[in-house]
Write a protein of this length. Structure first.
Length: 139
């Protein structure tokens, strides 16, 4: 009977350790959920409006200025998949190595490093190709 209880206790401890490992802290999740990288090369003269919208998303505002169509985009410039995966792996390893004390440093770090906010105004010519770009805000 004592061996059976010891075995149950070992299984219980194993399940708890697995649970902690797979549900590791916020820094791992935050690293994975960081905003995606946007290819800002679409903000070049001659690129089609459709391609710009496909990369940057729906414009915040579309209007006509001096006979030209103008879009204003607002987005967060994030990180590539490899970068996000490497950061998540690092946080997970640091969590395990420090018995989850790393979260004290990792979570605030990921909260601060959550991408740059960018607002840009894009003007198009009569063929709906990029003609002029003005950065309104870069934080």
């Amino acid at each position: 009977m004592a061996a059976f209880l010891r075995r149950i206790k070992q299984c219980f401890v194993f399940v708890i350790i697995l649970n902690i490992f797979f549900m590791s802290g916020c820094s791992v999740v935050m690293a994975i959920k960081q905003p995606d990288y946007k290819d800002l090369n679409v903000l070049s003269r001659g690129v089609s409006r459709g391609r710009v919208i496909a990369e940057l998303g729906t414009p915040l505002l579309t209007e006509e200025k001096e006979g030209k169509k103008t879009d204003i985009f607002s987005f967060k410039q994030g990180y590539g998949k490899g970068n996000k995966a490497a950061r998540a792996f690092f946080h997970a390893a640091a969590d395990v190595w420090t018995l989850f004390l790393w979260e004290i440093i990792g979570t605030p770090t990921e909260a601060i490093a959550n991408g740059r906010k960018i607002k840009v105004e894009v003007a198009y010519n009569s063929q709906d190709q990029v003609e002029d770009i003005k950065y309104i805000e870069v934080k």
